[in-house]
Design a protein around this ligand. Structure first.
Ligand code: LRH
Ligand code: MN
Length: 419
């Protein structure tokens, strides 16, 4: 891919935009380095075309195995220099030769972020079905099967250099009366304790909550309260994972984030966007102001605790692509996340606190919205440029006819494992 020629053609326009931004805004010292250090993990299960129960419309050239998934994330990282990690889902992506996979990932400049277990689907050779749950199941044998799977996933992660296990449980119920909520909660915590006990000392366990789907009456880890209470019972290595699409309508996610972070129980994120349910749409495509407000709380809370922005939380995307090219969609998500982070770094926190302490509500909004209405794309592009990335990743992806090349290499009908 000819990134140099691409950047040369766009440099004059880029420099004009960056100079204009610098003439309008005092850029805090170190903001470019923070943007360069900020790497977002790409989900291995979102490199193909997603679908719904009503249909799936593949775009072709999808990765046929883990090696090709790593190559696709490597391509994203080459373009934006901000996708330096991949998050695997087991058993969709079992690394049969971990050493070779690790070497291949390193060749693409990629690390392995959290590994994800899967006790929401029955595998062909499985003894006990997860139809009525996994860690909450009434049968101890089914719970043990699910615990053993999570411990197996940790082993795969250790071989790859990952440092976290993400547990999302579809467990719950579809009808009133179906479930004893207290027993389900206690069985889930007891099962998680056995998984927690298998964690290496330097690992984290991220417990992801979700309001509904596939269960439509109750979900046992259904909201931040359930996850937070459970991770507190488990111990210091257990944290709550916030998937932006897993909330009931109009939930104040930035407030949830601020409290979890303050409590030292925020583990990380699955970034996406949604208008109705767990739509898994492109981050920042529906509610960009909410994404900015979340990063506003993150920068404030991370600095208040002296935490390292890039390293101390899990930054991951979890999206599904029904109508967009999966790689273009992921490039857009990473860009939207970098923009929200850059804007949050520009917030004048001293002025905002003074306005808050003075109950000057109008001034508070003026301070936040002035930043939200500041076009920081040139700043995010400058970070990419300085790391050797493309000034306009999607334009270069298209100029290079990458999708056509992938279809030529892999075929038009290939289907990637995942959702
Ligand atoms: C559940 C979820 C979870 C993954 C799955 C692919 O909705 O967000 O994070 O395991 O999507
Ligand atoms: Mn998720």
């Amino acid at each position: 891919m000819n990134i140099l020629n691409h950047n040369e053609a766009l440099l004059a326009q880029h420099t004009r935009r960056l100079d204009f931004l610098k003439s309008e805004v005092n850029l805090p010292a170190g903001i470019l380095q923070k943007l360069k250090d900020f790497q977002i993990a790409i989900p291995s299960w979102a490199l193909g075309t997603g679908g719904t129960r009503f249909g799936r419309f593949s775009g072709g050239g999808e990765p046929r195995n883990l090696e090709e998934k790593i190559a696709d994330v490597g391509l994203l990282h080459q373009l934006n220099q901000s996708s330096g990690a991949i998050s695997l889902h087991i058993p969709w992506d079992i690394p049969t030769d971990p050493a070779a996979i690790r070497t291949l990932a390193a060749q693409h400049g990629l690390a392995f972020d959290a590994v994800n277990s899967n006790t929401f689907q029955d595998q062909a050779d499985q003894a006990h079905s997860y139809k009525f749950g996994s860690l909450q199941h009434v049968s101890a044998a089914t719970r043990k099967q699910a615990i053993d799977h999570n411990i197996e996933v940790i082993k795969h992660g250790v071989e790859l250099g990952s440092k976290a296990l993400t547990v999302w449980l579809s467990d719950g119920s579809c009808f009133p009366g179906q479930l004893n909520f207290r027993k389900a909660y206690e069985r889930t915590v007891d099962s998680l304790r056995e998984i927690y006990a298998a964690l290496p000392a330097d690992w984290s366990l991220y417990l992801e909550y979700k309001a509904y789907e596939p269960n439509f009456y109750s979900t046992t880890v259904g909201d931040w309260g359930a996850s937070y209470s459970m991770v507190n019972k488990l111990g210091p290595q257990a944290k709550t994972l916030v998937d932006l699409g897993h909330h009931l309508p109009n939930a104040n996610i930035e407030q949830i984030v601020s409290i979890l972070l303050m409590e030292g129980k925020l583990g990380g994120f699955h970034f996406n966007d949604s208008k109705y349910g767990d739509d898994d749409l492109t981050a920042g495509s529906i509610k960009p102001y909410q994404l900015f407000l979340i990063f506003n709380e993150l920068v404030d809370g991370l600095d208040a605790k002296g935490m390292n922005h890039a390293k101390d939380l899990g930054w991951m995307i979890d999206a599904s692509h029904n109508v967009k090219d999966p790689l273009e969609d992921l490039l857009q998500s990473v860009e939207a996340i970098q923009i929200a982070y850059a804007q949050a770094l520009l917030v004048d926190r001293k002025a905002l606190e003074e306005a808050r302490e003075a109950n000057d509500v109008v001034r508070c909004q003026e301070i936040l919205q002035a930043v939200f209405r500041t076009d920081v794309r040139a700043l995010v592009a400058q970070a990419r440029l300085e790391l050797g990335g493309a000034l306009d990743p999607i334009a270069l992806f298209r100029q290079e006819n990458m999708r056509e090349k992938l279809i030529k290499a892999r075929g038009a009908k290939t289907v990637a494992t995942g959702l």
